[in-house]
Design a protein around this ligand. Sequence first.
Ligand code: MTE
Length: 328
Amino acid sequence: MPNLILPPPWRTPECQITPESLYLQAISRRSCLKLVGLGGLAAMGWLPACSQPVSEAEFSKNPKNYELSDVDRQVYPADHNATFVLDRPMTDEHIAAQYNNFYEFSEAKDDVWQRVGGFQPRPWTIAVSGLVKRPQQLDIDDLFTIMPMEERVYRHRCVEAWAMAVPWTGFPLKALVEKVDPLSTARFIRFTSFHSPQVAMGQRGYGPWPYTEGLTMAEATNELALLVTGIYGHPLPKQHGAPLRLVTPWKYGYKSIKSIVAMEFLAERPATFWNTLIPHEYDFVANVNPRIPHPRWSQDTERMIGSDQRFPTQYLNGYQEWAGLLYA
Ligand code: MTE
């Protein structure tokens, strides 16, 4: 079972009442990661993280987990959109690349980057269907050449109370929505990740696989919603959700679905992965909000991965200027 988003409720209290000092003395790095709940406590800042990321030099000796195709050479570096600025230092690339939520590959965060080798993000198509005038199968490289690519720095806030700040490359989701021309009856979009239990071991366990997420049409066409193809000026490494993922920075990170294979335009609100698994802990809307604690922890502050610096959590993750009107 994963460590924080979904600790089995019948075991979590034991973890929480065990004194921190006992944990730290008794638990080695690997067994620590296997203990359901502990990594999550660390993520919340209640315990030090169980494992340290390898250094930048050490990390660079490993495969990058992305390749530069001819199309990519035309895309990167994309023009930087200066509208979006950070209030804190950028997260180091090797830190972000070693701390990932991608439950298809691992329940721990620190080894996803080492488990994605067998995953092939090319060739790749995205099926657009449902209530649209132009349903289609989009080849990912064709899509990249026609979409208005740009780079944006965004803060990313996980529901587990860790955060990062990274430069994404991508294009507004709105541009794709306009291209497929939704019918007036379309009120939601459901996004679906790949399903391949042969390469994604996590998909052999609890589900409901594949991972799915959803947005209202108003959210999907908000300026902030980005379909992301790259990070730090190059294509997405597999652990970040190659070849295409969603980024909605005013929402908790679980909405930012990785490795998308399908988008369906629907009249009714779709079922989504976490909301189906634990509806009372992970709601469909998932807006960042320090005033609404998670049932098992506070959302008042967030810990930046890498530095462990803490910041007060802001309503809509500080993106009220753009997303605020959606919920007025
Ligand atoms: N997408 C898929 N397909 N599977 C996942 O497990 N985890 C989500 C989101 N997208 C997840 C996913 C969560 S909980 C977070 S916080 C972000 O991805 C993490 O993105 P990152 O690993 O690039 O930082």
